[in-house]
Design a protein around this ligand. Structure first.
Ligand code: NCD
Length: 362
């Protein structure tokens, strides 16, 4: 049984196969309309969502399956204190596959460890959002003709934006990709992402002004400042309008660049930019439905299997070590096994298997 918790859970080859399957579905959706007859998807959303939840549900319905679930933590037993592990185990009795969104980092990994059906991470706090990444990759694939040799500008809240973290992890695997990370100093990418970029010697540059990146990028990935993840409202208010993409800035960009945004947007893209042919964020939202159809088929074993891949490295239990991230699921669900991965190149450090936080003292 396979889960999708991080974008790295799919190999490059599997990711490419998935994108091709999504394009086949896009071209001939009727050929796929009964493949999930009799199957059920549970959408367990402990955090608000429009696109992700509805595109998952539309995906399952268009495959002939059915959907059940909840769209807020208040309407589930989480309000009574149930752990995500127990919820996942119970829902496995009622559905064939689970898509789960949760505000705590690592919650999807904790759910997957106890579920008896495939679990898809539909966003775990400020950590990962792998199905948004598949959506982004499909959009890039369609409008840029491939995933290699691209300069990707990511702009806005790179600290808390989980879509940014997942997209960087995934795009690092393609040749010739370069990142321009545009953010205020307070909202730079977290250490686990910067460490990966540095360790892999991936070309990246951190800049503060969007104008300094505009003429270089092939893809401009705008993001919302993630109000709900800030400890202080005053900090949010100070940073929320750090970047506004408008028609004047668009004039600085290449003619064939594309603008993406996972949406929802708040202020960071002026509505006039929607009329620019380079704005692709609404097509991106549509790609999300097709790629989720492909993913459901793959995880339910209904898509043609790929060649066997090398097994993913397994985390190690280290009872004496605890994750120091207060936003990690291990901080709110203390019974979870203390699972860690070694950090490449530093024998003294480990990385929490739930939230990726780097911890010392191995
Ligand atoms: C994103 C998310 O939830 O992380 N939205 C989405 O799923 N399309 C981005 C965001 O909320 O800013």
């Amino acid at each position: 049984m396979r889960h999708l918790i991080s974008p790295m859970d799919l190999s490059v080859q599997e990711t490419e196969e998935l994108l091709l399957l999504a394009e086949r579905i896009m071209d001939a959706p009727k050929d796929f309309s009964h493949l999930c007859d009799g199957k059920k998807l549970a959408t367990l959303f402990f955090e608000p969502s429009t696109r992700t939840r509805l595109s998952f549900e539309a995906a399952m319905l268009e495959l002939g399956g059915q959907v059940l679930g909840f769209s807020s933590a208040d309407s589930s037993s989480a309000a009574k204190g149930e752990t995500v592990s127990d919820t996942a185990r119970v829902v496995s009795c009622y559905a064939d596959i689970i898509a789960m969104r949760h505000p705590i980092e690592g919650a999807a990994a904790a759910a997957a460890a106890k579920a008896t059906v495939p679990v898809i991470n539909a966003g775990d706090g400020g950590h990962h959002h792998p199905t948004q990444t598949l959506t982004d990759l499909l959009t890039i694939h369609r409008w840029k003709g491939g995933l290699r040799n691209l300069t990707v500008g990511l702009c806005g809240d790179l600290k808390y934006g989980r879509t940014v973290h997942s997209l960087i992890k995934a795009m690092c695997r393609y040749e010739g990709v370069r990142f321009l990370l545009v953010s205020p100093p307070e909202l730079r990418v977290p250490d686990y992402i910067r460490e990966d970029l540095t360790a892999g010697s991936f070309p990246f540059q951190e800049v503060e002004r969007l104008e300094d990146a505009m003429d270089q990028v092939d893809i401009l990935y705008m993001t919302r400042v993630q109000r709900e993840r800030f400890a202080s409202e005053a900090d949010y208010l100070r940073l929320k309008d750090s970047y506004i993409l408008d028609t004047a800035k668009m004039k600085l960009a290449k003619e064939d660049m594309i603008v993406l945004h996972p949406l929802p947007r708040v202020n960071e893209i002026a509505p006039q930019v929607d009329n620019d042919p380079r704005a692709r964020y609404f097509e991106q939202a549509l790609c999300g439905k097709y790629v989720r159809m492909a993913l459901i088929l793959k995880l339910l074993g209904l898509a043609r299997p790929s060649l066997p891949e090398a097994a993913a490295p397994q985390p190690q239990i280290i009872p004496s070590l605890s994750c120091g991230n207060p936003k990690c699921i291990t901080a709110v669900q203390p019974g979870l096994p203390h699972l860690f991965h070694p950090v490449e190149g530093n024998a003294h450090l480990c990385r929490c298997a739930y939230c990726d936080h780097t911890c010392g003292g191995k």
